[in-house]
Design a protein around this ligand. Structure first.
Ligand code: AMP
Length: 397
């Protein structure tokens, strides 16, 4: 029997699957996209990239079965995995860590669906599908919110009547916790100090963006809130807005559903540029003289710089500012433009190291005279999930 670990990450219309060996070496990846639509598609990467046939309107269950069948046919997953890890977006206040999936845990995830109606139900579909395929394999849920359960009350309370928190759980939860936790561990490793004595600011900049202050290895402030809409400018999400905007737009005849859709799917880099949510394309267009693309990047970087400053309020020491995510790892110009706003704080980038994205052993992109180290660290959420599945999934059940 191969001691493989399977990681399942269900998004609203996508499914990512990863297979690791028991030493957590990555063996294979699969990605299914545009699920539940005419254009449903899937591809798998083992040694090479291969497109797999999915019927129109294929759903998460079908995508999971197709990818697993493919991995079996190419000799990976010859036997059932020893553990399966699932990304679950919202764990509310019920989960401060990963959890072995039991009927009680399923009920608790279900209760959290009210707080993440777009995410938790699809995460549950992934769990059900994997349980149907591998009924005897221990399954582990890893929550995006869990790492942020260490936020102190001053950071997680909104200045609202406290009954909203008491009765309905209205508070800041924070997301991308798995990635920020990985950054805390990686930064500590690179700085050669223990994680619980390392304080960093972690900027996860992908299609979704969030920033977290991590004090001695624990999350103490983060930019996302009750939902993943709050905070930084993102690919299609607005991030912070004046809550008065709701009343204003409703006065213009928009429904709450329309406003919600616009804030989640038509705002951010896409809304500002009127062109795309893809930072690569925006950077090219800005260079070619497209003012809305330039504006989108400027708003993105300025908001990020303001948040880096804000995160300092939660720390008594800063060991490193760490960039990750598709934009954080690959956009030298975004990192440079952001830190240009923070010269007063003493950040100084080494432009050669920044241009090569810190791709050496130390991952550093700052000058020796910078007041704070700045690192670029590729995130690996699937590895963290596999590790949790291995650690929680073994042993008697
Ligand atoms: P993620 O959600 O982490 O996959 O990140 C997606 C974002 O990363 C998109 O906005 C991409 O345009 C951006 N991205 C990926 N590669 C690059 C690159 N080389 N330069 C700038 N942005 C990039």
């Amino acid at each position: 029997m191969d001691d493989n670990i399977l990681v399942v990450n269900c998004g609203s219309s996508s499914l990512k699957l990863a297979v690791f060996d028991s030493d957590l070496n990555s063996l294979a990846h699969g990605l299914a996209e545009r699920l539940n639509s005419e254009e449903a598609s899937a591809k798998a990467r083992t040694v090479d990239q291969q497109a797999l046939a999915l019927p129109a309107n294929a759903d998460h269950h079908m995508a999971l079965v197709t990818l697993i069948e493919h991995f079996r046919s190419v000799g990976i997953l010859k036997s059932a995995p020893v553990a399966i890890g699932h990304r679950v977006v919202h764990g509310g206040e019920a989960f401060t860590d990963a959890a072995l999936i039991t009927p009680e845990v399923i009920q608790a995830i279900d209760r959290c669906s009210a707080l993440a109606p777009l995410h938790n139900p699809v995460n549950m579909i992934g769990i059900d599908a994997a349980r149907a395929l591998f009924p005897d394999v221990p399954q582990v849920a890893v929550f995006d919110t869990a790492f942020h359960q260490s936020l102190p009350p001053k950071a997680f309370h909104y200045a609202l009547p406290t009954r909203f928190y008491r009765d309905w759980g209205v508070r800041r939860y924070g997301f991308h916790g798995t990635s920020h936790q990985f950054m805390a561990n990686e930064a500590a490793r690179l700085l050669k100090q223990p994680t619980d004595q390392t304080s960093i600011i972690s900027a996860h900049l992908g299609n979704g963006c969030s920033i977290t202050a991590i004090r001695n290895g624990r999350s103490v402030d983060t930019s996302m809130g009750l939902t993943p809409l709050e905070g930084l400018v993102m690919g299609t999400r607005s991030g912070d807005i004046d809550p008065g905007l709701f009343d204003f737009l409703m006065g213009k005849g928009l429904s709450t559903a329309e406003i919600n859709r616009i804030l989640n799917r038509e705002s951010g880099l896409l809304g500002l540029s009127g062109a795309t949510n893809d930072m690569r394309t925006l950077t090219e267009r800005a260079k070619a003289g497209h003012p809305p693309s330039t504006l989108a990047i400027e708003v993105f970087c300025f908001r990020l710089a303001r948040y880096i400053g804000a995160m300092m309020a939660s720390l008594d020491r800063l060991d490193a500012l760490v960039f990750t995510g598709g934009i954080g790892e690959n956009s030298a110009s975004v990192r440079a433009a952001t830190l240009d706003h923070l010269a007063l704080l003493g950040f100084k980038l080494d432009s050669a190291a920044n241009s090569s994205h810190g791709r050496d052993n130390e991952h550093r992109i700052h000058e020796a005279s910078s007041r704070f180290p700045v690192l670029v660290v590729p995130t690996n959420e699937e590895l963290v999930i596999a590790q949790a599945a291995r650690d929680r999934g073994y042993g008697p059940h």
